[in-house]
Write a protein that binds this ligand. Structure first.
Ligand code: Z5A
Length: 211
């Protein structure tokens, strides 16, 4: 019987090295014929993604609740495609997902928009089999290339986001010290991924988020 694909997610603050590690992981999985695809959220290529891109680059202003819902809708529009790919044996290596949605929205401290509120629009989306949480201090992340170009890349805000990720850690999460050299991080990532593929977790159906 065909083993379903794995949903492997990278989460962390800005410039924690998610994209770098996604690329390295996808390259390795291609060699081992795991049929990986590299996805990222926000997906800026869709109509909703274009709205998000304009918001992040400060070209438009949007209400905070509306922004949260647009990020969630940007995942919702990919939901069927994700389930189909995973069920057909393709593994998804994903850069940011629902936990980023919560960590960034909660960092704004908006009355009535608590964790329950944030989770509701994402209920039933595919659940990651493994969350690689790239933990790095906001100071180290800020010293890396390209920092400061987008809306949320401010030290105080990033500290709150980091605290929220710590609070959200749950089942299937593996914390990686993302302040280490790139190859050392990759070795830790590969260990966690090998553990996933050799476990029984992929013999069951794809999980559903927040159910
Ligand atoms: N957001 C949200 O509010 N709600 C949501 O639901 C979602 C997102 C999904 C866009 O994210 C923004 O949207 C983001 C959250 C919010 N906040 N902002 N602003 P994005 O994923 O498109 O962009 P990003 O996270 O800011 O940046 P990034 O490019 O994805 O960063 P990264 O992938 O974590 O890092 P990187 O590109 O791999 O590396 C950055 C640099 O560091 C680069 O020069 C590397 O060569 C270097 N690097 C990487 N690893 C290392 C190590 N280990 N040592 C030294 N240097 C390193």
């Amino acid at each position: 019987m065909l083993q379903r694909g794995a949903f492997i997610l990278f989460e962390g603050i800005d410039r924690s090295g998610k994209t770098t590690q996604c690329n390295k992981l996808v390259e390795c999985l291609q060699k081992s014929e795991r049929k990986p695809e590299h996805w990222r959220f926000p997906d800026r290529s869709t109509e909703l993604g274009k709205v998000i891109n304009n918001f992040l680059s400060s070209k438009v202003e949007l209400d905070d609740a509306a922004v949260h819902l647009v990020f969630a809708a940007n995942r919702r529009e990919k939901c069927k495609d994700m389930f189909n790919k995973l069920n057909s044996g393709i593994s998804l290596v994903v850069d940011r997902y629902s936990y980023s949605g919560m960590a960034y929205t909660l960092a704004k401290d908006i009355p009535d928009m608590d964790q329950q509120w944030c989770m509701m629009p994402e209920r039933g989306l595919p659940e990651p089999d493994l969350v690689l949480y790239m933990r790095v201090s906001p100071e180290v992340a800020a010293s890396r290339g390209g920092y400061g170009e987008e809306r949320y890349e401010k030290a105080e805000f990033q500290k709150k986001v980091a605290a929220n990720f710590d609070m959200l850690k749950g089942k299937n999460w593996v914390e990686i010290d993302a302040g280490q050299p790139i190859q050392k991080i990759h070795d830790e990532v590969m260990k966690a991924v090998d553990d996933l593929y050799s476990s029984s977790r992929l013999s069951g159906p794809v999980g559903k988020l927040y159910t």
